[in-house]
Design a binder for this molecule. Structure first.
Ligand code: G6P
Length: 610
């Protein structure tokens, strides 16, 4: 959500900023902008609505040479997407880029207006620029002024500040929104995400909550929340990613759907010992000891990660016999949750930076959980650093805003964890053996789904002028129906709702007529007969039925019914398997509708504000 890049160097940094923004664009793409101090010590700013390439084109025309600058790609919170609301915001010699929300901005705005400050935007960010400007007195340094204004800002934010009068310096503050420093030789960088800087460095310092950093070409000084000078250890990150390479695919989402067999293989790699028992090298003796005592698991997550948690609840309870609750982080954090006895807090988060999930984790620290365990895709992220233990998904970088391979690798880690807990707690070892076997086979089964891609593509045509779709499933396929509906909403803008099939009679059946497509996930499992009765109820009311099933389920084609027969799959891994055809269907429907598949309107990849 919003992307920040900053650079200070002895070379021209304009292209570095633009490339950084391009790499962050998936996090926010309403508008973008940059401000630099040029060789004549002028503060120059460019801002454009829309994607980064529009800004890049404009900047290129001016042949700017600069050694210091800040840049931003925006996901609008306060103030609509427009040129005047795009960052950086300026107050005479001060320029600011900001990620997050200043909650008391109205109050500050009124105070600053009384001091004759004129506001040119509707944003909360502009108050930061004016506030800094207003606090400057003879002899004050930028860092001194920044320290003065921090207590006045309420909310969550990551900010980078530049002062035209001191072009050898950038100041950054992390309060609730991620910020990292990229270290170079004779040059340093800042960003809200390490991906933005991989073209210039692989060495990073992750700022902690409340840190203020002063960055020059040669030095990085950090003071913590208490105002004490601190050394934060740099970390070398070995990620390689070619941002220009979608390979044979037209969209990142399409590529990432197809990467799933490999991503799952990578996630499984190194997680079995010679006896095929699940091992997690990340979990030390202390963690194992805690996990052996766990009697309840509280899962917290948002979006697609929440849907992974919903599947896991079925698994934890039916296979590992451990009770489990799943809750959306933004709800959990604002109620008064009661922790159950011997309970583990399990967070699931692709980015490791989702504001609500992080807030829920922080809240849980006062609730005496046995421990907090994070399942996450980004090493070094805030979630990993603040959790007691973590398990990595090895999905690789996920660029498409609609999550695909992160979801299936989260489910893979969750199922591994189920098997691990079964063994650790001496539960049903037969389940554990069968889970391991099913996980081994899973990448191969998913490969086989792609053999049906043409059929799914042609099915998508049926949905080109449809406005509503129902998804139904039962048991651990119900959350897959929810995730299928989410994919369709996100990228095709078709209204889609998911229901447990048994709930149809309690409302949604009223929506079913000859214009209502109903997508049904119906593998041959113990709930199939029940599901078949629900399908009959839809059929008799003329609903347009699409059944994703397998050979053994025994569906026979009839009027208004299309049956997509997929390969047979082991029951344990069936939820991971069945989301893939639904991802493909959503992708091809969106393709027909001509939406922006990788960057759907109004959404962002990583939601770092509440
Ligand atoms: C955003 C993304 C979703 C993602 C959700 C949670 O809404 O668009 O794809 O599932 O955030 O993200 P997280 O990083 O916490 O998994």
């Amino acid at each position: 959500m919003c992307g920040i890049v900053g650079a200070i160097a002895q070379r021209n940094i304009v292209k570095i900023l633009i490339e950084g923004l391009r790499r962050l664009e998936y996090r926010g793409y309403d508008s973008s902008g940059l401000a630099v101090i040029n060789d004549k010590k002028n503060l120059i700013r460019f801002r454009e609505i829309g994607q980064v390439h529009i800004l890049a084109k404009e900047v290129e025309k001016h042949n700017i040479v600069s050694n210091v600058g800040i840049a931003h790609t925006r996901w609008a919170t306060h103030g609509k997407p427009s040129k005047k609301n795009a960052h950086p915001h300026i107050s005479e010699y001060i320029a600011v880029v900001h990620n997050g929300i200043i909650e008391n901005y109205q109050e500050l705005r009124e105070q600053l207006k009384k001091q004759q400050y004129i506001f040119n935007s509707e944003t909360d960010t502009e108050v930061i620029a004016h506030l800094i400007h207003s606090e400057f007195k003879e002899g004050y340094t930028l860092i001194e002024v920044v320290k003065l204004i921090i207590p006045k800002l309420k909310g969550a934010y990551g900010i980078v500040i530049m002062d035209r009068r001191t072009p050898d310096l950038l100041v950054a503050v992390r309060y609730g929104s991620p910020l990292i420093i990229g270290l170079g030789i004779g040059e340093n960088f800042l960003a809200s995400d390490q991906l933005a800087l991989l073209h210039v460095t692989h060495h990073f310092i992750y700022l902690n909550e409340g840190d203020i950093a002063e960055i020059t070409c040669k030095k990085v000084n950090i003071v913590d929340k208490q105002g004490i000078n601190v050394e934060r250890k740099p970390i070398k990150v070995d990620i390689q990613y070619n941002f220009d390479n979608k390979g044979i695919y037209n969209h990142y989402m399409q590529k990432e759907i197809h990467e799933q067999p490999l991503a799952i293989k990578n996630t499984l790699h190194g997680r079995f010992d010679q006896n095929n028992n699940v091992i997690f090298t990340e979990l030390d003796k202390k963690a194992q000891n805690i996990l052996s005592k766990v009697e309840h698991i509280q899962i917290i997550a948002c979006g697609t990660s929440y849907n992974a948690g919903m599947v896991a609840r079925y698994w934890f309870e039916s296979l590992a016999i451990i009770s489990c609750d799943v809750e959306i982080a933004s709800e959990y954090r604002y109620r008064k949750p009661i922790r159950r006895k011997n309970s583990l807090l399990l967070t699931i988060c692709q980015s490791g930076e989702t504001a609500d999930t992080l807030a829920a984790l922080r809240l849980s620290k006062n609730l005496n959980y046995l421990a907090s365990l994070a399942i996450c895709n980004v090493l070094g992220s805030s979630l990993i650093r603040e959790s007691d233990f973590s398990l990595m998904t090895k999905a690789g970088i996920e660029i498409s805003v609609a999550s695909t391979k992160a979801f299936t690798t989260q489910l893979t880690v969750l199922l591994l964890l189920v098997a691990y807990l079964i063994r650790l707690q001496n539960k049903n070892i037969l389940f554990e053996r069968n889970i391991v076997k099913a996980l081994y086979n899973l990448p191969f089964h998913i490969e086989n789904i792609f053999l049906q891609e043409k059929n799914i593509k042609s099915l998508a045509k049926d949905f080109s002028s449809i406005n509503n779709v129902l998804f139904i499933g039962r048991g651990d396929q119900f959350p897959i129906a929810v995730e299928g509906a989410l994919k369709l909403k996100e990228i095709s803008y078709i209204h889609a709702e998911a229901y447990p099939a048994g709930e149809l009679k309690h409302g949604p059946l009223a929506l079913v007529d000859t214009n209502m497509p109903v997508i049904i996930i119906a593998p041959n499992n113990k709930l199939l007969e029940k599901l078949k009765s629900n399908i009959e109820e839809i059929h008799t009311r003329g609903g347009l039925i699409y059944i994703f099933t397998d050979k053994n389920a025994g569906f026979i084609n009839s009027k208004n019914m299309k049956i997509i027969v997929l390969p047979n799959i082991e029951e344990f891994t069936a939820p991971i398997f069945y989301i893939v055809p639904l991802q493909l269907l959503s992708y091809y429907i969106a393709l027909i509708k001509g939406t922006n598949i990788d960057q759907p309107r109004n959404l962002a990849k990583s939601v770092t504000v509440e």
